[in-house]
Design a protein around this ligand. Sequence first.
Ligand code: ADP
Length: 392
Amino acid sequence: MANITIDGVTKRFGEGNNSIVAVDDVSLEIDDGEFVVFVGPSGSGKSTLMRIVAGLETQTEGDIEIGDTVVNQLGPRARDIAMVFQNYALYPNMTVEENMSFGLKMSTEMSDEEIETKVTSTAEMMGIANLLDNTPGELSGGQQQRVALGRAIVRDPNVFLMDEPLSNLDAKLRTEMRTEINRLQNDLGVTTLYVTHDQTEAMTMGDRLVVLNEGDLQQVGTPLECFYRPVNRFVAGFIGSPSMNFFSGTARAGMLQCDGFGYDLSERMQESAGSHGELDLGIRPEDIELHDESVDRNSFEVAVDVVEPMGSISYAYCRAEGQDHDDTFVVEVDGQQLITEGQTLYAHIPSTDAHLFDRATGETLHQRKLDSEIEAAPTEQSQNAGASSSQL
Ligand code: ADP
């Protein structure tokens, strides 16, 4: 097992004006046994960074250390890593057993008997012991992915690298395999880097997230840190599903004038905003309240555009006065709450749950309060409780 250091790594593809900076001066320390998820939209540099750690791509600048050894000059085989890809990459003409034992036969001194024992016990752990004589073509996508994972596990590597390993599976299987990979990583304790563009996978799997955008490192933190304490508007919008709602506004005399409504900034918000005038107000769907009447100055009339029932909750897409269908924001409401399309309601944005971002830089200026902080300031808590008691 091993820790990994990514030190000032930049990767440029191409030359001159046409060159693309896929990874831009990224530095990162990954602890031994840690499960770290690289997450970001398509093209943000996740795969390139992982391929550099694997030795499949060479960085333009910077160093990669695995277990305190600089591995820049080492090829993938010498790095003692095992990779799992989206497309499984199994040998089609080999049986499951041959696929799983191939790497061991090529790269270790283990006897055939030892290899067989190891493959059998891993196949049992992965629930594929009954498939050892089948070829990949005879297996479902989920079974093939288990074989690919099993093949990585038998190698007993220092590091697992997984690049969107669940993308080809249907939704139900993906959820199952997500839990299983979590459990395996916990049990085996092998340092794991996992690439995904799916923020649900990122939230549920990693000890820490590495959020990337356009090759730039945005934030490194636990899933909950990235969710509750996003460092900028990009992370705030990317982590969490559905995304945080943003309202652009201009601050003047303690009031944020947004399209369709005015928002009274609390004293704390005004202090955080300082002299920044052009702001984005951010609020998560579960933190907006919908009332049948105005509850205070920070309530504004909305028309309900679309309601999406999800079961225990529904998503109500609303728009403020004068806004059109492209300008809706989403509110999470209780699934049993009767809200109909076309209904007029009042949206209330509690100041304790709101974030503020500088419009030009995207930098976070103001963070929501956490429950523990609200408990320490009972006045704000009771204000909030009063508002929610009159919720629909
Ligand atoms: P992600 O994994 O986040 O989708 P990638 O790491 O695959 O992103 O790509 C990052 C950027 O680098 C993209 O703009 C992509 O087009 C570019 N890129 C990746 N690989 C190559 C390559 N071999 N040649 C040229 N450009 C590449």
